[in-house]
Structures are given as structure tokens and as C-alpha cells.
Design a protein around this ligand. Structure first.
Ligand SMILES: C[S@@+](CC[C@H](N)C(=O)[O-])C[C@H]1O[C@@H](n2cnc3c(N)ncnc32)[C@H](O)[C@@H]1O
Length: 492
């Protein structure tokens, strides 16, 4: 069997998150660990694949007494088994064909003494991808995050299988003097450290070192080497250092404060007095999942939908809209796009549209198939043509909005257009105000230097959504000098 070129079927490769680590990278990771004083007695590679980490560890740690390597793919195990004899002190390597999720790792650990190193690179796959391809390679309690609300219903309660596995490892490993060194997504690494802090795990220090995933894996992922050292005797420390690459010796200190992930601890600490609750709640824009039908463009006076079909409808349910990209570039005037908002609150009846706006009813009915085909089950259990993320706040005349998909804090104040409130889709976060004065004071506060600096220290620009509503809602911008009392009245 040829070395690293055992090729799995595409879907199987996805299901098992199969991205084998090149030997050079595995060796660099092991040497990095050794140069930082890691000298394990027991090494565990719990999803070892073709075994590059096993080979690199066998070479780098000649004094390790045991190396346990497990893998679910029989072909990979056979391949590695055939190659074992060439590795230094191969008799200490215990290679097992095993499903991680079916293994009692705590019991395995109890059979050995000394410092433990858990090393490797867990599968790169999310539970929702597993759902899409019908994969079953999942932990049995796969709803482990128990996300509440609309995210869970719409299937956004998406998590990386590696996150589940890393949290699981901490559960059985942290009771021992040990080191965890795993390649993973940077966002996953941060969540894992935050979890260790919440659980008061005996973490002595941690670091994230950026890995060029495109170069090593041909994957466009923000990846890192996560190292966590657990010690029963050292003081607990949950701030961690982020390095640009394996050779770097100084990095940035990140961590969490008041339950929030912080990307710049000194800036956060300097502005921590602004942490509280946003005086007006940040909301997501309207969620309709049907851009082609629900969004309408004014093309030189002719209203057409996003498929280019004419949309001869009343303006009763039509609202001017601004997209996230336009907000990001400050383009909030000369609006030519509109959204049909058929409800004023979630679940409100839609039957009245037939009488109030018959042409709109006819248009929506003509597109009932595509509206009915919208994926999420929430659409099926609500009145026909329903949308989500609507409420009084949607119809407030003045808004402060920011794109949720961009990485800049480009807040824009948006007033009514042609006598109607401007609306946004669900790629935008906004606050609604009753008057220009209230919105303006909020805008001045929000764009003051301390507030922007604090928000910047709470953003992780490598994340898809670097700006998050939970974070925006934790910043009390009214504390940045300007008139908080007036603003509090605006909060419904
Ligand atoms: C990202 S690859 C990394 C492989 C190896 N650790 C490396 O660094 O080269 C993930 C590996 O996990 C294996 N795997 C996936 N699900 C598993 C499971 N439930 N139990 C054990 N191994 C699993 C895959 O077959 C694959 O070899």
C-alpha cells in the first residue's frame, strides 16, 4: 500500500474530517513542544490517521515510555502497523483500531503514570455537515452545546466535532499533569480555553500558534496549534498567548474577562467600565431566506424582483432596505432596494394581505412554491409567507446599523426613506430609535474612541462573524460621557 495516498471516498473523507498532517509539520510541532520543556512519559494520538504525529513523536521523545495511537479507519491502521518497525523503539507503540467516541479514555489513562501528552489533529467536520451527508461519526450527545432559541430551530446550532472531542479530552486529561497539543481551528481553540476556565480546569498555561492551513492542508481555514498545560500544583491561568508561527517568541495576550472572549486584554482592561447592557437592544434584521422573491429593486421606476421578474405590487408591505455591504461602505442614501415585510411581529397572521394588498398577495402566491420550499422548519409551522426577526423595533424610524458580515465597526445612522422606516436583512445588526435626537446621541456615544476601542478588543477578526450581537449588547455606550438618561427612555 502506498504511503500517504490511500484515498477515501469524498463523502467518507468529509464524514471523518480527514486531513492528514504532513510529516514536516508534525515534526515541527513535536520539536516545538520539546524545546518548550515537554517531556512526556505517555503520548496519546487519539485519531492518528496515517500516523505522522506518531512517527514524529517517536523520534522527538525517545524517553516516552508508551505511545498509544488510535484510529477508526482500518486501512490507515494497517498502513501504520506495517510502518511501525521503522520507528524508534517501536515496541512502546500500542496501535489500536478504535472509535474515539466508543473509547473509555479515562480508564486507558489510569493504566499509566507520569506526564501525559495528548497530541494530534482531530477530524475537521461540523455536526451540520454530518447531517447534510447523512454521516454518523458523531458523539452520542451531539447537542452538547444546548443552544437555545431561534438558532437551534434554524439549525445554526452548528459545532465542530473537534470542539466536542477537545472538551472531552479536557474532561479525562486535566486531572493529570499533562499537555494537550492539537491542531484545530483558532475559533475552536478559543472556545476550548474558555470552557476550561468556566470549568475551573487546572490550566497552568496555554497558547495558540497560527498554522498556515492552506500551505499544509490546502484548506482555507484559520488553524492553529493549541497547547494547554494542566498542572495540579501550578496556579490556574486562563489568559493565553497567540503567536504568529512556531518560531515566534513574543505574542499577543488574549483571554476572557467577565465571560467574554477578549482579543486584546490591555485595551479591554482600560475600558472595562463600559461593560454593562446596551441601553437599546441590538437586533438582527429580518430573516426571510428568499432573497429572490422578497427583495425588490427599483430599476428606473420599474419594480423587479431579484430574478429580474416584474413585481407589480402595492407599497403597503414594501420597505426600503439597506444591505450590509452598503452599510460597510457608508452607502445609506439613494436607496433602490426594497423588502416585502408581510408581518409586524413573528407569527402574525398573513391572510389579511389578500384584502389589504391584493397585488402583493397575488405576487406572493405566485411564488408560494419557492417560499414554501424554504429549508427551515420554522417556516412550515408559521403562517404562509412568514418572515422572522420582526417586531416593533423593525419599524422604528431611526436606526443605527452595522454589517454583521464585515470586520469593520462601520456604524451608520439610517433615517426614514420616502416616509418609511428602512429595514435590514439578517446580515445586519441594528438598534431602533423613535427620534433623530435619540439616535444621534447614541451614534455619538457609540462611535466615541473608548467604545470603539472596547468593541475592537472583543472582536476576533479571523471569525466569519467578527461582530456579534451578544458582544454589542454587553457594551453600555451611554457611559461614554453623553446623556444616558434620555437614551434609556428609548428602550421599549
Ligand atoms: C484531521 S485527520 C488527522 C489525522 C492525524 N491525526 C494527523 O494529524 O495526520 C482526522 C483523523 O481522525 C480519524 N477519525 C475520524 N473519526 C474518528 C473516530 N470517531 N475515532 C477515531 N478516529 C477518527 C480520521 O479517520 C482521520 O484519520
Amino acid at each position: 500500500m502506498s504511503n500517504r495516498y490511500i484515498v477515501r471516498q469524498a463523502t467518507e473523507r468529509i464524514e471523518f474530517g480527514d486531513f492528514q498532517t504532513p510529516y514536516a509539520l508534525a515534526l515541527a510541532v513535536c520539536q516545538h513542544l520539546a524545546s518548550n520543556g515537554t517531556w512526556p512519559d505517555l503520548i496519546i494520538e487519539p485519531s492518528c490517521g496515517l500516523g505522522t504525529f506518531v512517527a514524529a513523536a517517536a523520534k522527538t521523545f525517545p524517553f516516552a515510555r508508551n505511545i498509544i495511537a488510535a484510529e477508526i479507519n482500518r486501512e490507515y491502521v494497517t498502513h501504520l502497523n506495517n510502518a511501525l518497525h521503522a520507528l524508534p523503539r517501536s515496541e512502546r507503540i500500542d496501535l489500536q483500531l478504535r472509535d474515539y467516541f466508543q473509547t473509555d479514555w479515562a480508564a486507558e489513562l489510569q493504566r499509566h503514570s507520569g506526564h501525559v501528552l495528548v497530541l494530534g489533529n482531530f477530524p475537521w467536520v461540523t455536526n451540520s455537515t454530518q447531517g447534510e451527508i447523512g454521516g454518523t461519526n458523531l458523539p452520542s450527545k451531539s447537542n452538547f452545546l444546548k443552544l437555545p432559541g431561534i438558532d437551534a430551530i434554524t439549525g445554526k446550532a452548528n459545532f465542530d466535532i473537534s470542539e466536542w472531542m477537545l472538551l472531552d479530552v479536557i474532561g479525562w486529561l486535566a486531572t493529570r499533569d499533562s499537555t494537550l497539543a492539537m491542531l484545530c481551528k483558532s475559533a475552536v481553540a478559543r472556545k476550548v480555553i474558555a470552557h476550561a476556565e468556566r470549568k475551573h480546569a487546572p490550566l497552568a498555561d496555554a497558547s495558540l500558534t497560527r498554522i498556515d492551513a492552506m500551505r499544509h492542508f490546502g484548506a482555507s481555514v484559520d488553524a492553529c496549534l493549541l497547547i494547554m498545560r494542566f498542572s495540579s500544583s501550578a496556579p490556574h491561568a486562563y489568559d493565553y498567548t497567540v503567536y504568529g508561527d512556531l518560531g515566534e517568541t513574543s505574542g499577543t495576550t488574549m483571554g476572557s474577562r467577565l465571560g467574554l472572549p477578549v482579543s486584546d486584554i490591555p485595551t479591554f482592561d482600560a475600558n472595562v467600565h463600559l461593560i454593562g447592557n446596551s441601553p437599546v437592544r441590538w437586533r438582527s434584521g429580518v430573516k426571510h431566506d428568499a432573497v429572490q422573491v422578497m427583495e425588490i429593486q427599483d430599476r428606473d421606476g420599474v419594480m423587479v424582483n431579484m430574478q429580474g421578474e416584474p413585481a407589480d405590487i402595492e407599497d403597503t408591505y414594501l420597505y426600503p432596505m439597506v444591505k450590509g455591504t452598503d452599510l460597510n461602505h457608508g452607502r445609506v442614501s439613494n436607496i433602490s432596494r426594497y423588502m416585502i415585510v408581510p408581518q409586524r411581529s413573528v407569527g402574525a397572521p398573513t391572510a389579511e394581505i389578500e384584502y389589504c394588498a391584493p397585488k402583493t398577495w397575488a405576487y406572493l402566491s405566485a411564488h408560494r412554491t419557492s417560499l414554501g420550499d424554504r429549508k427551515s422548519s420554522i417556516y412550515r409551522t408559521n403562517p404562509r409567507f412568514s418572515v422572522f426577526g420582526v417586531g416593533d423595533y423593525t419599524f422604528k424610524p431611526w436606526k443605527i446599523a452595522v454589517s454583521a458580515l464585515h470586520k469593520q465597526l462601520s456604524f451608520q445612522m439610517v433615517g426614514p426613506c420616502k416616509g418609511k422606516p428602512v429595514v435590514f436583512d439578517d446580515t445586519v445588526y441594528f438598534m431602533g430609535f423613535d427620534s433623530y435626537q435619540e439616535a444621534n446621541i447614541a451614534y455619538e456615544s457609540l462611535t466615541s474612541w473608548p467604545v470603539l476601542a472596547l468593541l475592537g478588543s472583543l472582536m476576533f477578526r479571523d471569525e466569519k462573524r467578527a461582530i456579534k450581537a451578544q458582544v454589542l449588547n454587553r457594551v453600555d455606550w451611554s457611559r461614554a460621557n453623553l446623556g444616558g438618561t434620555l437614551l434609556r427612555k428609548a428602550d421599549p
